[in-house]
Write a protein that binds this ligand. Sequence first.
Ligand code: ADP
Ligand code: MG
Length: 247
Amino acid sequence: MNGDVGIPLIQTHQLQRNYGRGDATVAGLAGIDLAIHRGEMVALMGPSGSGKSTLMQILGLLDRPTSGNYRLSGSDISTLSGSQQAELRGRRIGFVFQGIHLLPRLSAIQNVELPMVYARFSASERKALARQSLARVGLSHLANRRPTQLSGGQAQRIAIARAVAPGPDLLLADEPTGALDRASGRAVLALFQHLNADLGLTIVLVTHDSFVGRHAQRIVELEDGRIVADHLVEDRIPPEQLMEVDV
Ligand code: ADP
Ligand code: MG
């Protein structure tokens, strides 16, 4: 991937996404111009229905825009085939969602390994990366637990380990703390801040909670599918003491 710091990791030009057809068309996105550079941690905020998830789906190559253009590390993704997009997604983009989607029959470490099976990493590479990633989120000791034996906060941290294990450039998190209690939510936010600061991982997280947003460096606000504000966070909340060993 292009290491030139001058080229944004994400650059969109007049992105539009319409749902439905004819008279029934709903504009999910109505022309988004957005640039995000490597190493940024950005919170995407806005009321329900403002287009946050639609934008995340497009940035994550899970959906295509109706019009406009999206460059990831300078490459126009619309020229890529579906399988090229899937390859890029599997190796370069990690996802974390609100509802924690761990597979109940697999152990924590098997859950972390699974996407790397699809992204065609070798078995030994998978195991090494999964172990490293569990260590990074402070949960090596829970590697063999099933999801039902984890707290909500622990499960979300396993989901984060899964998202970052392949070494993506970009982490996309849609309401990652929405289902968690305050303390678990803060642990997740501190983890994001560490991954951002220590690994230089670029993070885009969606939230409608300004307390959550203030953990980012920059807030982009959407309304009716448009960017209505884009500013640095002046009173950023620093990572709280983290990694108390929770058994
Ligand atoms: P947010 O995540 O900010 O709540 P969304 O991106 O989910 O907003 O939705 C933006 C707009 O697009 C809303 O008007 C929503 O109803 C519409 N929308 C989103 N997904 C779909 C869909 N699959 N089909 C039809 N309309 C949709
Ligand atoms: Mg949403």
